[in-house]
Design a protein around this ligand. Structure first.
Ligand code: PGA
Length: 255
C-alpha cells in the first residue's frame, strides 16, 4: 500500500483566469509551511490558467494537475490538449472521466480508456480516473455492477508498467456538489469493490503498489475526519471546498 495520502482540489470552471491567479497566490502563501511527507496536495485549475498557476505554485509543496486531456500526443484535433503539453505546463496529474464530462461532453467508455492509455504512455503524468454510480443505480442495487463495469471499460487491456501510478477516484455522481456525503461504511464498501475489480485485472500486488483509491463528493473540513479514518482511505478529490484556501487547508490538515 502506498503510504501517503493525496488531496486533490478540482477548481472545475469555477474560477476564471484572474481568479485562478489570485487564488494560486493565496494557496501558495497558506501552504508555504505545509510540509508533510505523508500528504501530497494537488490543485487542478482550468487549462488556460494551468501554466501560470503552476509557476506560482512552484515554490510551494503544492502540485499541479489538469482537469482533462486528449488521447493523442499531436495531430489535427482542434481544441484538444495533449499529455505532453500538460507535462510541459507543469502538471503531474490529470483528471480523466469526471462525471461532469461524461454528462455534458458525452465522454464515453472508449474515450476514457484511450485517455488513460495515452497518459500512461508518457513519463511524468499520473491519471486520476473518476468513476461512480448515479443515484438510481444505488437505489436499484446496481452499484457494484456499475463500478466494476467502469473499471473494466477504462482499464482492461492496459499495460501498466512497474513504476506507473494510477489514482481511482470513487465519486458517486449524486454526492457531487450536493452536500450529501456517503456514510463512511458505504465508502469503505465501494472502495473494497473497486480494489477487488482492479485485482481481478492486474493482481493484488499491483493494487497495492500502483493504485490509490480515493473518495470524492461533497467533502469539506467538517466531514473529512470521519472519511479519512476509514481503512484503506488513500485520499480525497475535493470540488467546492477546494476553492477557498482556508477551507482547503483545513481539509489537508485534518485528513
Ligand atoms: P464537490 O465536487 O466536492 O463539490 O462535491 C467533487 C468533484 O466533482 O470532484
Amino acid at each position: 500500500m502506498l503510504q501517503n495520502k493525496i488531496i486533490i482540489g478540482n477548481w472545475k470552471m469555477k474560477k476564471d483566469l484572474n481568479e485562478s491567479l489570485v487564488a494560486a497566490e493565496k494557496f501558495a502563501l497558506k501552504f508555504q509551511d505545509f510540509h508533510d511527507d505523508d500528504k501530497e496536495v494537488v490543485i487542478c485549475p482550468n487549462f488556460v490558467s494551468l501554466f501560470e498557476v503552476g509557476k506560482i505554485l512552484k515554490n510551494s509543496d503544492l502540485k499541479l494537475g489538469a482537469q482533462d486531456v486528449f488521447w493523442e500526443n499531436s495531430g489535427s484535433y482542434t481544441g484538444e490538449i495533449s499529455p505532453t503539453t500538460l507535462i510541459q505546463a507543469g502538471a503531474s496529474y490529470v483528471i480523466i472521466g469526471h462525471s461532469e464530462r461524461r454528462k455534458h461532453l458525452l465522454e464515453d467508455y472508449n474515450m476514457i480508456h484511450q485517455k488513460v492509455k495515452a497518459v500512461l504512455e508518457v513519463e511524468g503524468l499520473i491519471p486520476i480516473l473518476c468513476i461512480g454510480e448515479e443515484n438510481e443505480d444505488r437505489k436499484s442495487d446496481r452499484r457494484d455492477f456499475i463500478l466494476l463495469n467502469q473499471i473494466q471499460q477504462a482499464l482492461n487491456g492496459l499495460n501498466i508498467g512497474e513504476y506507473k501510478k494510477i489514482i481511482i477516484a470513487y465519486e458517486p455522481v449524486w454526492a457531487i456538489g450536493s452536500g450529501t456525503v456517503l456514510e463512511a461504511d458505504e465508502v469503505l464498501y465501494a472502495s473494497k469493490i473497486i480494489r477487488k475489480a482492479i485485482a481481478d485485472i492486474f493482481g493484488q500486488k499491483m493494487v497495492e503498489e500502483n493504485f490509490r483509491v480515493i473518495y470524492g463528493g461533497s467533502v469539506n473540513s467538517q466531514n473529512v475526519k470521519e472519511l479519512s479514518s476509514l481503512e484503506n482511505m488513500e485520499g480525497l478529490l475535493v470540488g467546492g471546498a477546494s476553492l477557498d484556501a482556508e477551507e482547503f487547508f483545513k481539509i489537508c490538515e485534518r485528513i
